[in-house]
Design a protein around this ligand. Structure first.
Ligand code: ARG
Length: 402
């Protein structure tokens, strides 16, 4: 009988490392460890070695940074997708991509199942499972951490007994997920929503009192809602985001502290660092205020919430996502131009915006010389616009004297 194969989404952390021998022993299967480079700051060749050391039959690292930016991050940016008004969805956006790669490998290698390290309390299990259902419903999904019922200490014991290196960190060990669109931090002392996140939770952003005294100005150029240049220099998307993470992070921009509504009904305290996402969302929105009609912006705002919920809730590979995306893409036809932002002391403020497609017309807006607005026409407009108010006052409400 040929060996059964399972493709595990492998991060190099304790959970997925323990999952390797656990899957092997319980399912008598070969475990193929798959790690995606989505811009996390980790030595991925060491991660690959650790997978093999933990007992994987094969370990692969795939550079998916560009794919992540093009197919997941930009559409979310264009949509203005920010969950509950604060979370730019870094973790949520990478899950369907990882699932897609797992499915590809599973089909190529003849595996019968995919596996991931998520617990039964989070959103990520839903994102992995539902993405796999959408892409390859014939595959089984195994979530060892949902099944094994081990405590953190038992996991460490299990790992040690199998020669898997266990990090003996003295202090707090937060649960951290990273990719180029942001860093998600949970657990330990962050679980008390009254307690302020300690500096130890942050890695990409400086505390405000350690930021530069002088503001930094950046000019970001967009084409069809996608950033293409920084300070006049064309840049490839991934490099642009990584650069922005550094520059804005140094100014303390992009920290988020949020009590969040998970899909599984739990409220949880989540801390995020998303410097580039914060800057790009602010800049992108500023450009839209200049280039979209009032009604386009209004509808887009409504759909942005729906879009964010859908991403958060693991429904990336659905018809609804495609339909929303089609609308969003159409709105981006004229979202080209430049935005100038000022980064200072933890804040990102839009300082200026310009576009060859701007609907803002100086000749109409100005109070100075060159005003071309027909002031007299306003009289007729108000006569008609105010007509229902006049009627209702006469018939029902009477004139209001105070
Ligand atoms: N709350 C975020 C989400 O559901 C992040 C989850 C993963 N975070 C982590 N630290 N492992 O998208």
């Amino acid at each position: 009988m040929p060996t059964k194969k399972i493709v595990l989404a492998y991060s190099g952390g304790l959970d997925t490392s323990v999952a390797i021998p656990w899957l092997r022993e319980r399912y008598t299967a070969d475990v193929i460890a798959l790690t995606l480079d989505v811009g996390q700051e980790r030595d991925l060749s060491a991660v690959r070695q650790k997978a093999l050391k933990s007992g994987a039959a094969k370990a692969m690292v795939v550079d998916a940074k560009q794919e992540f930016a093009q197919e997941f991050v930009w559409p979310a940016l264009q949509a203005g997708a920010i969950y509950e008004g604060v979370y730019p969805l870094a973790t949520a956006l990478a899950r369907p991509l990882i699932a897609r790669h797992q499915v590809r490998v599973a089909l190529a290698e003849g595996a019968y199942a995919v596996a991931h390290g998520c617990t039964g309390k989070g959103n990520d299990q839903v994102r992995f499972d539902v993405s796999t259902i959408a892409l390859a419903p014939q595959l089984e999904v195994i979530a060892p951490a949902r099944l094994w019922g081990m405590s953190r200490d038992e996991e460490k014991e299990y790992a040690r007994a199998r020669g898997i290196p266990v990090p003996e960190s003295a202090g707090r060990t937060y649960s951290v997920d990273e990719n180029l669109w942001g860093r998600s931090i949970e657990g330990e002392d962050l679980e008390d929503p009254w307690g302020e996140p300690p500096e130890a939770a942050f890695a990409w952003t400086r505390p405000v009192d350690k930021t530069p005294e002088k503001p930094i100005y950046l000019e970001i150029e967009f084409r069809n809602g996608v950033p293409i240049a920084l300070n006049g220099e064309e840049m490839e998307g991934v490099a642009l985001v990584l650069h922005l993470n550094r520059v804005a992070g140094e100014c303390g921009v992009g920290r988020v502290d949020h009590v969040e509504n998970r899909l599984v009904g739990i409220k949880s305290r989540e801390v995020y660092e998303a410097p580039a996402a914060t800057v790009l969302h602010a800049a992108h929105r500023a450009l839209e205020t200049l280039t979209l009609s009032k009604e386009q912006v209004r509808l887009k705002d409504l759909l942005a919430q729906q879009y964010a919920d859908l991403v958060y809730n693991g429904l990336w590979f659905t018809a609804l996502r495609e339909d929303l995306n089609a609308f969003v893409q159409s709105t981006q036809r004229f979202v080209s131009g430049a935005v100038r932002v000022r980064l200072h002391r933890g804040a990102c403020v839009v300082a200026g915006r310009k576009s060859p497609h701007a609907l803002y017309q100086m000749a109409l807006a100005t109070y100075g010389a060159g005003d071309q607005f027909d002031h007299r026409a306003a009289e007729g407009f108000i006569k008609v616009y105010g007509l229902p108010v006049r009627t209702q006052t006469q018939v029902q409400l009477g004139p209001k004297t105070k």
